[in-house]
Write a protein that binds this ligand. Structure first.
Ligand SMILES: NC(=O)c1ccc[n+]([C@@H]2O[C@H](COP(=O)([O-])OP(=O)(O)OC[C@H]3O[C@@H](n4cnc5c(N)ncnc54)[C@H](O)[C@@H]3O)[C@@H](O)[C@H]2O)c1
Length: 385
């Protein structure tokens, strides 16, 4: 009999779907020592959470997350609710001795993020923050090339994370556009992923200077309705209190120069999460919208044959790719979560963490806080954790 890992999930929309799917698919692709069990799901609306439990395969549902955390038959609490709830739920779960998976950004503020980190350390529970893009095989392969020294000394990290789903001024004032619920706008929602990729691939950021803009200042009220869709109520307007777009530059501790842009106003770009890294021996670049491919350029290629070439990262040599299909049979967004959870669950009984944890969440939050402060003060800000 495999050891059961009983999941209690709080929230059930976009990320609820991505996470539930990953638990269900994990044993299908990986030979595991454990069996994830979708035990209980929590939501505030009885009818909606019942329907979600049936659709996603949870055994039971509750309408109060505190009841879920009190239960003795839950091993892992998975938080897929908006950002303002992460700290309270995670701290309560840590005190109850549960391992924790939470979505990004870790919290609303750096202070809150640190409290969460303290709570998991004090209560000796394992913790994961869902920076899933690290777990695309092409990104893992990029990391391997860097570690092997194939790019030599690194000079530049350049990232754009571009979306366009809120460009319509009639798109409603969803939770992602309210500071008290989301913490920040494009910065924390998508810029946080680019920051994580930079920390994973290049190293720690030392200082930043940046600017933010809110192009549409008022919107009709409304709510998220699955994925990045929303329903609007055109009868009342409210104020947008977060950034629509952010741009910042950074210096890394190892001397690399960073350039970051995150916006939801880049028409035509749906989930354009891109980076390029330039080093003394060559360059690599990746784009989530073509996530199986990694472009590489090596300066020591034969003269006349030099140029970017594209590797389809679906072969046994590419981390995680061998778990899925034969070479060339590509994988998608959902597989980044399967790989991420595999790394976390495999590490539950080990000291080392081969996945982003709350310490990464805190360091990421420190960069978010510094960018916000820089935009406010128009100054370079040093990252302080
Ligand atoms: N890793 C990624 O790529 C990624 C992508 C999208 C969202 N996220 C993160 O996942 C989290 C959830 O985002 P989402 O897109 O799934 O949101 P969503 O709006 O689609 O779903 C949020 C869920 O939380 C519930 N909820 C809302 N307020 C609550 C409250 N006060 N108490 C209890 N439940 C509440 C809602 O009913 C819903 O089930 C956020 O932290 C977000 O930043 C991460």
């Amino acid at each position: 009999m495999k050891k059961e890992l009983r999941i209690g999930m709080i929230g059930y929309q976009f990320m609820g779907k991505a996470h539930s799917h990953a638990y269900r698919d994990l044993p299908f692709y990986f030979d595991l020592e454990f069996q994830p069990v979708l035990k209980v799901i929590s939501g505030r609306n009885d009818h909606a959470v019942k329907e979600a439990a049936e659709r996603m395969g949870f055994e039971e549902y509750v309408t109060d997350w505190k009841k879920l955390i009190e239960r003795t038959d839950i091993d892992i609490v998975d938080i897929v609710t908006p950002n303002h709830t992460h700290a309270e739920i995670a701290i309560a779960a840590a005190k109850a001795g549960k391992h924790i998976i939470t979505e990004k950004p870790l919290a609303l503020t750096l202070e809150e993020a640190k409290e969460m980190h303290e709570a998991v350390k004090e209560n000796k529970v394992k913790h994961l923050i869902c920076h899933n893009y690290r777990f695309a095989p092409a990104v893992q392969f990029a990391k391997k090339l860097i570690v092997e020294g194939r790019l030599g000394r690194l000079y530049h990290f350049r990232a754009n994370y571009l979306q366009d789903f809120i460009m319509d001024p009639n798109f409603p004032l969803i939770w992602r556009l309210k500071k008290e619920i989301s913490g920040s706008g494009a910065l924390g929602d998508i810029g946080a992923h680019s920051i994580d990729l930079s920390r994973f691939l290049v190293g720690e950021i030392k200082e930043v200077v940046g600017m933010t803009e809110t192009f549409i200042k008022e919107r009709p009220s409304g709510e998220m309705a699955g994925g990045l869709k929303a329903t609007a109520d055109q009868s009342s307007l409210g104020e947008v209190t977060v950034d629509d777009a952010v741009a910042f530059i950074s210096r890394f501790e190892n001397g690399v120069l960073g350039t970051f842009e995150a916006t939801r106003f880049a028409a035509g770009n749906k989930n354009k999460n891109k980076f390029e890294i330039n080093g003394e021996k060559g360059s690599i670049r990746w784009d989530m919208e073509d996530m199986n491919r990694l472009d590489v350029y090596f300066r020591d290629d034969e003269a006349g044959l030099q140029g970017f070439r594209t590797i389809n990262c679906t072969e046994e040599e590419h981390p995680y790719a061998g778990a899925f299909w034969p070479a060339g049979h590509i994988i998608g967004y959902e597989h980044t979560f399967i790989n991420l959870f595999h790394a976390f669950l495999q590490g539950l009984d080990k000291e080392e963490t081969a996945y982003p944890d709350f310490e990464d969440g805190v360091r990421n939050q420190a960069v978010l806080a510094a960018v916000e402060k820089s935009a406010e003060t128009k100054q370079w800000i040093e990252i302080k954790v």
